[in-house]
Design a protein around this ligand. Structure first.
Ligand code: EPU
Length: 448
């Protein structure tokens, strides 16, 4: 097994500006927001664009820190990345002269590891750092590495880096995962598009972002198809071509704002939301008593009829798609603090994704964390303002939600985590009537 140390000893993490959100609760959110493009689709498409030397054009790409980190990494490799207008990126990976993804890139974001498959398949070698990302569990990459080895790559791990080589082309094969992995599926699929022969990936992740990536690859000329719900088949091609694709809407962002409506007793319309990708959440919201109406490209969440303390307790359990997404579990947990009775939250994907609940407790929530995978929430709790710290992207958005439902002004540190994955989050909340601002630590005056 590879050395589990993520970083080599010389590395010092870059300094990020210390910023906090100041959020004053107590207002019902009302209005319409546009749902942005999906982070977890866009990042993989940016990586996939290196499979060809021709120009790829991606639209509806969210303007978020993770996209900036990925495009910076591509530029460091020698890839030309143009940004002709907001939310549009053009990628030309004609001359990739530096097949090295350094720790500085990888430490910022786990999705940097998505460059392993395409670079290896197209150029036959890459040196890539063990990735970083959110602190929500161990999050190893052994399944990605095993998949590449199955496809014929030689990979050694030394001092925090994977040295990967594919003598000749990668070879199509059967890739079997012991359990569902989203990026593992995607990495194997990207690598297989240029491999020699036929590849079957099973169990393949069923997340809608994987299918959006398949759609983009097909436009690039790849022969890739989901032939059964849990099976993706790829016939390798010698080369792929440039393509244009519009990134699907972000179902986790949409879900976060849907819950904002519910938790504040408001009414929010989500323009561009794709309800079909959000069935598990829509079902949970319905069971709490919220009125959710779906139309093509639109979702309407109305909590005005519910009344204070009127939400119902619900037991939830996360899982691979089509089950409830682990990324929407933290916001849903906040909603359940306002539901009458006892709700159980079971987190089956990551082992550290309930830890942030300690911060939510500081705001008055009644939560008993039974194990790393199970918490019990008693509601409704009268949330009050507090000074809290964000530990990861989704916990950050969830603390904002809690503050919107709390009495007083909360001070939420670690805003950079949220900037990684939500486009214009303050602007969108302000448009719905929320009171939220982002301030430098030094300027911080108002706290609860
Ligand atoms: N796992 C391994 N070995 C591997 C890969 C995964 O043991 O080589 C384990 C993980 O530790 C985890 C489970 O497998 O327990 C499933 O993880 P998965 O590989 O599916 O997660 P991921 O692909 O690394 C993506 C999203 C996450 C999202 C998960 C689950 C991206 C960039 N990230 O991560 O999104 O939570 O799928 O749906 O697509 C987020 O956006 O906030 C986020 C964390």
């Amino acid at each position: 097994m590879a050395d589990a140390r993520p970083f080599h000893w010389e590395y010092e993490p870059p300094k990020v500006p210390r910023e906090r959100y100041l959020v004053t609760g107590g207002r019902a959110l009302e209005g319409t927001i546009n749902v942005s493009g999906a982070k977890n689709a866009a990042l993989k498409m940016l990586a996939a664009a290196t499979l060809t030397g021709e120009r790829c054009r991606l639209t509806n790409v969210p303007e978020i820190e993770d996209v900036r980190a990925m495009t910076d990494t591509l530029r460091d490799l020698g890839v030309v990345v143009d940004h002709p207008e907001p939310n549009c990126y053009e990628i030309s990976a004609g001359d990739v002269d530096w097949l090295f993804v350094p720790l500085e890139a990888a430490a910022k974001m786990r999705a940097s590891f998505m460059l392993l498959g395409p670079l290896l398949a197209r150029f036959g070698e890459v040196i890539i750092s063990n990735p970083g990302g959110d602190r929500i569990g161990r999050r190893p990459v052994d399944l990605h590495v095993d998949a590449m080895r199955t496809l014929g790559a030689e990979i050694e791990y030394r001092y925090g880096y994977y040295y990967a080589k594919a003598p000749g082309r990668l070879r199509g094969t059967d890739v079997r995962f012991p359990f569902v992995t989203v990026m593992g599926t995607e990495n194997a699929m990207l690598a297989a598009t240029l491999a020699d022969g036929h590849t079957t990936i099973r169990p393949a992740a069923r997340e809608p972002e994987v299918d959006d990536l398949i759609a983009f690859l097909q436009k690039m000329g790849a022969s890739v198809e989901r032939t059964a719900p849990d099976t993706i088949e790829v016939h390798g091609r010698r080369r792929l071509r440039g393509a244009e694709h519009r990134v699907m809407p972000d179902r986790i962002e949409a879900g976060t704002f849907a819950i904002a409506a519910g938790i504040t007793g408001g009414h929010v319309v989500l323009d561009g939301a794709d309800c079909d990708t959000m069935n598990a959440l829509v079902e949970v919201l319905g069971r709490t008593g919220l009125a959710v109406a779906c139309a093509p490209d639109r979702m309407d969440v109305d909590a005005r009829a519910v009344g204070p303390g009127g939400l119902k307790a619900v037991d939830i359990e996360t899982g691979a798609y089509p089950a409830l997404a682990t990324d929407i579990q933290p916001p849903t947990a906040v909603l359940l603090t306002q539901a009458r009775g006892r709700s159980t939250v079971r987190e089956t994907i990551f082992e550290d994704r309930l830890e942030w609940l300690a911060e939510l407790r500081k705001m008055g929530a009644t939560i008993d964390v039974k194990s790393p995978h199970e918490a019990v929430i008693e509601g409704p709790a009268a949330l009050h303002a507090a000074t809290v710290e964000i530990s990861d992207l989704r916990a950050g958005a969830s603390l904002i939600l809690a503050a919107l439902a709390a009495d007083g002004t909360s001070s939420i540190g670690g805003a950079h985590h949220v900037q990684r994955g939500y486009e214009n989050i303050e602007r969108k909340f302000l448009d719905l009537g929320a009171r939220i601002e982002r301030v430098q630590e030094g300027e911080l005056t108002a706290t609860a």
